[in-house]
Design a protein. Structure first.
Length: 188
């Protein structure tokens, strides 16, 4: 199925130069002179090699048909991240490089969607947000306004995220898994 390049999103699988590529990151660039274009970080589905591609936003690319299965995350071991198909109860591992940075957000029992091309897993879609605990952060500096300044905070999964100054260690927060960004204080 042909789509405009500006509709490419992380997690999609596209055909480029005769190969299947999983989209990792996208960025639309609007230079001061000339038309807008999109730069895309992609990973070859077969070899795992990463590359970058660039299209004008009006160009079209071939989006590949992908079968999606609902899975549950089980655990991580030397074979990678282990999942279970919720329909057939088959268990299978995915390599760490296939899951990417999102692997830090996986929690026991988390429901995810795995994309398959010809029966081969190519990408994992996590829930949009997860709840994590801030384990350490810098103290608040007096005189900074809450609206304009953020401070680095370490989460219980080992990842770093920029958080508002009013958030202290031990606070549960909601984090966007796609952008690795603070959303709000957890209200639960």
């Amino acid at each position: 199925m042909k789509i405009n390049a500006n509709l490419i999103r992380p997690g999609m699988v596209i055909e480029h130069e005769g190969r299947s590529w999983s989209v990792l990151k996208t960025q639309i660039v609007q230079p001061g002179k000339g038309g807008a274009f999109i730069t895309v970080e992609i990973r070859d589905v077969d070899t795992g090699n990463k590359s970058n591609a660039r299209w004008r936003t009006a160009d079209t690319v071939e989006k590949l048909d992908v079968r999606q299965i609902d899975c549950t995350y089980l655990f991580q071991d030397e074979s990678g991240f282990n999942f279970m198909d919720k329909e057939t109860f088959d268990q299978f591992p995915l390599a760490e490089d296939l899951v990417g940075e999102k692997g830090g957000f996986l929690q026991d029992g988390m429901e995810v969607v795995i994309d398959l091309i010809e029966g081969k897993p190519v990408s994992v879609k996590l829930p949009t947000t997860v709840v994590l605990t801030v384990t350490e952060c810098e103290p608040v500096v007096k005189g900074q306004t809450a609206s304009s300044s953020y401070k680095p905070g370490m989460l219980d999964n080992g990842m770093r995220v920029m958080i508002p100054p009013h958030i202290d260690a031990g606070t549960k927060i909601v984090v966007n898994t796609e952008e690795c960004a603070y959303v709000e204080r957890f209200k639960g």
